[in-house]
Write a protein that binds this ligand. Structure first.
Ligand SMILES: [Zn+2]
Length: 402
């Protein structure tokens, strides 16, 4: 009896130990957030650490389910309480989270019908972002246009006798036919608890500078064009990076421009640069992306595989053209008044641009780490001119589509 008791105690002890060690290593599904609109929904799963997960889709007659199995993960009290999130829109029915197995948390998205969706992960903190489109991304109209384009191409082939082989030319024709600009989203970076970069000499906050430039840009667009203009924020509030593109997608914006100012370790550097989303090996661009993403430079490298996936769905070539127009025209205008260095059109993996369905760029209007540049950015006249320069860039881009 005694020996049995001891054995029992030892086994119990081991079991408790195993349970504890599993617990200690478990990742927490902290929260399920969502931004839901008429024909677009973005769901964000917040996790306490990077998680291994698998996803699969189950199609039935009356419903389609999309599963995420998160390995070694348990639900937080908040998620347990949340249980089922029910949607009122036509395409997504609900989201449920449950402890599928002791160490596997399962998140199920249930749809009324099969819809276009994609997901990607973001770091620091680790989160899985799922985009669901209630409409078809390549809708009927664009298919029609493609046929029209094919016809035009054939006509051209007959006329010239040589088939169109230049990729650039073919592409430029496609863009003329398929792109129109009606709506634009301006995204003033940072806000609220996130001040962004801070001036080295006068402690100027990036969030204030960029909101002012964005408002002025909106003013010019409203005054001189018929574009619908939206801002991701029009006051000093914090908005998560993933919510900004979600907003642009929900508005079905045709262009997205995020406005920033940065700071460099080298205080001599100043000037204007425009970024489009892509992977880069340029240390300077990596450093800027890391600071704008509020992440480490190492995690930028981890984005490489994600970006390969993204490249397939984003309007990257168009974003690059948009970036060039912004860069060239802003500097051309600004240089009438100031000696302002051209820091170039660059590419970098900015979280805020990931998942945007439209041409999207991020401008770094100047460096708050340089004394002259910080003084310029503090001047309302300069900010007004930067805004007008960006406005001219947007117009030049739209004109290039005609
Ligand atoms: Zn910034």
């Amino acid at each position: 009896m005694k020996i049995k008791n001891i054995k029992f105690l030892i086994i119990l002890f081991i079991l408790v130990f195993i349970a504890k060690s599993v617990d200690a290593k478990s990742i927490l599904l902290k929260d399920i957030r969502y931004f839901s609109y008429k024909d677009y929904t973005r769901v964000v799963l917040d996790l306490s650490a990077p998680v291994r997960f698998s996803s699969k889709e189950l199609k039935e007659k009356t419903r389609v389910r999309f599963f995420f199995d998160l390995k070694n993960t348990i639900l937080s009290e908040k998620v347990k309480k949340q249980k089922t999130i029910v949607f009122k829109n036509s395409y997504i029915k609900e989201i449920r989270a449950g402890q599928f197995k002791k160490n596997i948390a399962r998140v199920v998205l249930e749809f009324r019908e099969a819809k276009e969706k994609r997901y990607f992960t973001l770091l620091h903190p680790f989160r899985i972002v799922i985009d669901i489109y209630g409409r078809n991304l390549n809708g009927k109209t664009s298919i029609k246009k493609t046929e029209k384009e094919k016809k035009q191409k054939t006509e051209k082939e007959i006329k010239t006798g040589t088939p169109e082989i230049s990729g650039e030319k073919k592409y430029s024709m496609a863009r003329q036919l398929s792109l129109t600009v009606k709506r634009i989203v301006i995204d003033p970076g940072h806000g609220g608890k996130d001040p962004g970069a801070i001036g080295r000499y006068y402690k100027t906050k990036e969030k204030k500078i960029v909101l002012d430039i964005a408002r002025r840009l909106k003013f010019y667009l409203k005054k001189y064009t018929k574009l619908e203009v939206y801002m991701t924020r029009d006051k000093d509030v914090f908005i998560p990076l993933e919510q900004r593109t979600a907003f642009a997608n929900s508005k079905r914006a045709d262009l997205f421009i995020s406005i920033h100012a940065n700071a460099a370790a080298n205080r001599k550097i100043y000037g204007f640069s425009t970024f489009w989303l892509n992977f880069t090996t340029d240390p300077h661009s990596i450093r800027i992306a890391a600071s704008e993403n509020a992440s480490s430079q190492r995690s930028i490298w981890e984005l490489k595989s994600l970006l390969k996936k993204i490249t397939l769905t984003s309007k990257l070539i168009e974003s690059k053209i948009f970036a060039k127009k912004i860069q060239y025209n802003t500097l051309k205008y600004i240089r009438r008044y100031y000696r302002y260095p051209d820091y170039g059109v660059r590419k970098a993996p900015f979280y805020v641009l990931i998942g945007a369905s439209m041409p999207a760029v991020l401008v770094e209007t100047g460096f708050l780490s340089n004394k002259t540049n910080e003084l310029l950015l503090r001047s309302s006249r300069f900010r007004n001119r930067i805004a007008f320069g960006i406005y001219k860039g947007i117009i030049a881009y739209i004109d290039s589509l005609r």
